[in-house]
Design a protein around this ligand. Structure first.
Ligand SMILES: NC(=O)c1ccc[n+]([C@@H]2O[C@H](COP(=O)([O-])OP(=O)(O)OC[C@H]3O[C@@H](n4cnc5c(N)ncnc54)[C@H](OP(=O)(O)O)[C@@H]3O)[C@@H](O)[C@H]2O)c1
Length: 367
């Protein structure tokens, strides 16, 4: 009972505090645009913002959005896109399978992103947006030709002639060498500026890097699950291999699907599929970590979301891509940039978080 009262109090206090911090943060956006430099994506020539926006939830009805998509959610996603651009964040991550037509009522995320870009460019033609999308290594897709064919379909949905980053979404059960050759073909055909992989373990990462290197093509990135409470890349050699080979680690689910924002509590767990992963029991164990994140955030005038994203960026060679459903969420992310936690705080947060057993990850990481 005592725990319930204290976590409910935390939640109320947290909401008020976050609203105030967000208001302060929004006044900083204009200056952030000029302060923040872009970084090179791995060994490629592409330069992107230090933080990107994930577009998985846009149009999705299989995991997000309580299994339904409507006009209100569409408007919110569109405003998330516009708010990101206003804050100077211009990297967007999508995939051919996000908003899959196999899921009832879904709209493809690439189609939505392409529409948002087109509308914004109609007003600001010189706007530069970096689009990252992904190839789904489905078992019936064999050979290098399937990569370029799928990419052309993605470009069609996006309404673009090329994308900035094309990634293999997960390793295939077979056909992986062919997929890597396909990435190289996409570069040589001028359909992509850079190529990457996702959910690749250390061995697969090193093999893919070598195979592309023979053709003089850098493997620019590996997109993996990485957050303060899911630190597998630090433990399984993936982060170290990325650093050694000059491959950027793109961190997905960087705010643990909303859990690290502090808005979910044992009394108010997330609904839908997330509720089965982030259970009241897990959220109870997480409270000490969240309390400390909150305290540190207060000392900087930052939200918990900004603290945990800053923690990831401070690991260096990491670009987090949090998902934004609304303009407010996108604006919150921008406040993760332009400052830095101290080394002591970084170590302290990792140490506190290591006392909480991580939830299960996406099984494709182990393919
Ligand atoms: N390569 C892969 O296999 C893979 C796998 C997963 C994700 N990804 C990519 O990574 C991106 C991000 O990962 P993710 O979407 O799984 O998780 P995430 O970024 O950790 O969490 C996103 C969710 O957190 C909540 N949220 C966002 N900002 C917030 C804020 N400021 N305050 C409070 N709540 C906030 C929103 O959901 P609610 O408002 O509903 O709480 C949002 O949908 C995806 O969009 C996708 O592009 C890739």
């Amino acid at each position: 009972m005592a725990l319930q009262v204290s976590t409910a109090g935390f939640s109320l206090f947290h909401q008020r505090r976050v609203q105030r911090i967000r208001a302060v943060a929004s006044e900083e956006f204009a200056s952030l645009k000029t302060q923040e430099d872009k970084v090179k994506l791995g060994g490629s020539d592409l330069k992107v913002t230090k933080l990107g926006i994930g577009a998985w939830s846009w149009g999705d009805t299989s995991y997000w959005n309580n299994f339904e998509w409507d006009d209100r959610k569409l408007k919110a996603a569109n405003s998330a896109f516009n708010a990101s651009i206003d804050c100077g964040i211009t990297l967007f991550d999508t995939a051919e399978v996000y908003g899959s037509r196999l899921s009832f009522g879904a709209i493809n995320s690439e189609t939505l992103l392409g529409r948002f870009i087109k509308e914004r460019k109609a007003k600001v033609p010189e706007l530069e947006v970096a689009v990252a999308t992904k190839f789904a290594a489905l078992p019936w897709r064999l050979g290098r030709g399937s990569v370029v064919a799928a990419l052309k379909d993605s470009l069609c949905r996006l309404g673009l002639s090329s994308v900035d980053l094309y990634q293999l979404h997960w390793p295939g059960i077979w056909g992986n060498e062919g997929y890597i050759d396909g990435l190289g073909d996409a570069v040589e055909q001028g359909l992509v500026k850079s190529v990457g992989v996702s959910n690749y373990n250390e061995k697969r990462l090193r093999d893919a890097y070598k195979q592309l290197k023979i053709r003089g093509i850098p493997l620019a990135s590996n997109q993996v699950n990485y957050s303060l409470i899911y630190r597998a890349p630090e433990e399984n050699g993936v982060k170290a291999a990325c650093d050694e080979l000059g491959i950027t680690l793109i961190a997905y689910s960087p705010i643990a699907q909303g859990v690290l924002t502090g808005k979910y509590t044992p009394q108010n767990p997330p609904s839908g599929p997330r509720g089965r992963i982030y259970t009241p029991d897990f959220l109870t164990k997480l409270q000490p970590v969240l309390n400390r994140i909150m305290e540190i955030g207060q000392s900087y005038g930052r939200t918990p979301t900004q603290v945990v994203l800053n923690w990831l960026i401070a690991q260096e060679n990491v670009i987090p891509i949090p998902g934004a459903k609304t303009a407010e969420q996108a604006k919150d992310f921008a406040g993760a940039l332009g400052w830095r936690l101290t080394n002591e705080e970084i170590v302290e947060l990792r140490s506190l978080a290591s006392e909480v057993k991580p939830v299960i990850g996406f099984p494709v990481e182990n393919l």
